[in-house]
Design a protein around this ligand. Structure first.
Ligand SMILES: Cc1cc2nc3c(=O)[nH]c(=O)nc-3n(C[C@H](O)[C@H](O)[C@H](O)COP(=O)(O)OP(=O)(O)OC[C@H]3O[C@@H](n4cnc5c(N)ncnc54)[C@H](O)[C@@H]3O)c2cc1C
Length: 524
């Protein structure tokens, strides 16, 4: 029977507001949380301003990686009130138009996963369906160009060019340029710290040695530092990194381990000299037991090897990494261990985990900082009062679980859909069972190249298409609707799309020239 309003237990009265927020950790997650909360909670006003304290330990330090992002980061910076030019200067940032995947589908192959739209929608179908039709039905000497040529960000990346979207030309592809950043993680945290402290965030340097709990409900009560100082709060945000000091160690919320789907558990990170010409994209090169990232910054290049210790010794991974660098290393490779998966609840009682404390998906699609961003914005939308209503917390946890599972599936697809069988590692990936949600997506795509995407899913149809085709999953045939157009019309449509994009990109400055011009502009 449907419940009536009187059956539903509603709170008796107005609960007291949260007044003290304590953030544990000063890595990217901690300072991103502090920056956004100090901006939004201050903006919300109210009779009682929310006091924000952040505790970080120099003794423990940060993970020190996390330098490639996706376009939504621009919104985060805007919400924090950050000026783009100031940010680019302060963090050594470069622009990112997508990811170049080398040796993923098969050794010797490459494909580009570009941000933004792929071609133009034409009546009832997305561009890629017509492109598929040209691949299947055109003679060998009239095959279409690779995808990058039909996508403004992809074409710019190939040419190492950059400009932001020009919204004054709404009919042109330049109005649709989507981009993100590469930046120095340590400099980003320092930059956000300056912004946060200017808005009143109190920073405490010290190492937490004990956490006390409220006896009657188990909530976090106080943090005790190793020098005896005590910090209390109403709401605690656990940004303590993979040790998950509050949610994991203290509240004992369990962890779902996903390493059977994503077997990498280690990374070696090494900086190298800056690249002469700054490519505006991340490069991901697959190796026999993992993959290597290259992230170009203005003042250095970030590199790393992500691998599975079950298939590769770290000494071998280190040798492969160093041998494949494009510039001289500036330090010894640093080993980082991780377990792919997530905390079963991201919010328990008066504690919310953000960043590595909430779980981790390997950095293949640069999604971790995005998950930090969505966690904090979700928390703001569901900001609690001191009743810590269960329905509110359940809603937060359900949204977070769905989001992470969707991103997980996208990352698994890169491993599952490959023709590589040159090592035990790739043979394992090809054979492994995948989540039902992904199996269904792959089956639907394999038939007519259709992408089954749930509303709000982070990765759009164009992302799935570029990755699945790039990895080598070609559908049996394109959507039959594309045959409503003649082959000649379709070829003309594709050719004109590529020509317009090429003409736009021809006029653009290189990323290097764009950065130089940006640096010369006065701050707003
Ligand atoms: C190999 C690798 C590559 C990655 N690449 C990317 C990428 O390209 N893009 C991306 O988006 N993400 C990436 N990530 C993820 C990204 O690095 C993290 O999501 C991000 O740095 C956030 O980390 P964090 O702040 O949660 O943890 P950390 O950086 O580990 O910070 C933890 C903080 O907690 C503090 N702390 C811990 N214990 C205590 C204590 N007892 N007392 C006081 N303070 C304490 C520490 O002092 C520190 O300040 C990568 C991760 C890895 C492992």
């Amino acid at each position: 029977m449907k419940p009536t309003v009187s059956d539903i237990a509603l709170p008796a009265g107005k609960a007291l507001p949260v007044q003290k927020v304590v953030i544990v950790g000063g890595g990217s997650a901690g300072w991103m949380s502090a920056a956004l909360l100090s901006k939004l909670l201050a903006a919300a006003g109210g009779p009682q301003p929310v006091a924000i304290t952040l505790v970080e330990s120099a003794q423990i330090g940060t993970v020190g990686v996390g330098e490639a992002t996706i376009p939504a980061i621009k919104l985060f910076n805007q919400l924090c009130g950050i000026d783009e030019r100031e940010f680019v200067q302060a963090t050594g940032a470069t622009f990112k138009l997508g990811i170049d995947f080398v040796n993923w589908g098969a050794v010797g192959e490459r494909y580009f996963h570009a941000f933004g739209a792929l071609g133009r929608q034409w009546e009832w179908l997305s561009f890629y369906q017509y492109w598929l039709r040209l691949c299947y039905d055109s003679p060998a000497d009239q095959q279409p160009l690779p995808f990058e040529h039909y996508c403004i960000a992809g074409k710019m990346a190939l040419a190492h060019k950059f400009m932001p979207a020009d919204l004054t030309r709404p009919q042109s592809p330049v109005s649709e340029i989507a981009y993100a950043y590469h930046f120095d993680a340590a400099l980003y945290a320092q930059f956000l710290r300056r912004h946060s402290e200017a808005r009143g965030v109190r920073r405490i340097e010290g190492t937490i040695s004990a956490v006390t709990r409220v006896p009657h409900n188990g909530h976090i009560h106080q943090l005790v530092l190793d020098d005896g100082r005590v910090i209390d709060g109403d709401l605690f945000i656990d940004c303590s990194g993979s040790r998950a000091l509050l949610l994991g160690q203290t509240l004992e919320v369990g962890y779902d381990d996903w390493s059977h789907w994503l077997p990498n558990d280690s990374a070696l990170a090494v900086p190298s000299e800056t690249l002469g010409d700054l490519p505006p994209f991340t490069r991901s090169t697959a190796h026999p037991s993992g993959w290597q990232w290259r992230i170009p910054l203005q003042h250095r290049t970030g590199n790393g090897m992500v691998f599975s210790s079950g298939f590769c010794q770290s000494a071998d991974a280190s040798a492969q990494l160093l041998a494949a660098l494009d510039s001289k290393p500036l330090a010894e490779p640093r080993l980082i261990r991780f377990t792919t998966g997530r905390r079963r609840q991201q919010w328990w009682g008066n504690c919310v985990a953000v960043g590595l404390a909430s779980g981790f998906l390997e950095p293949l699609e640069s999604t971790s900082l995005h998950l930090v961003q969505t966690a904090i914005t979700r928390l703001v939308h569901l900001f609690p009062d001191l009743s810590f209503a269960k329905a509110n917390i359940d809603h937060y946890n359900a949204q977070a679980a769905t989001e992470m599972a969707q991103i997980r599936d996208f990352i698994i697809a890169h491993y599952k859909v490959t023709r590589r069988d040159d090592s035990e590692y790739w043979r394992y990936c090809r054979r492994m069972a995948v989540p039902d949600s992904l199996a269904q997506k792959l089956e639907i795509f394999a038939a007519y190249g259709r992408v089954h995407r749930v509303a709000d899913e982070l990765f759009r149809e164009d992302s799935w298409v570029q990755v699945l085709l790039g990895q080598g999953l070609w559908p049996a045939q394109p959507d039959p609707l594309c045959r409503q157009k003649s082959l000649t019309e379709t070829a003309g449509f594709a050719a004109s799309t590529a020509a317009v994009i090429a003409a736009c990109v021809d006029q653009m400055p290189s990323q290097q020239a764009f950065l130089a011009k940006l640096a010369a502009q006065p701050l707003r």
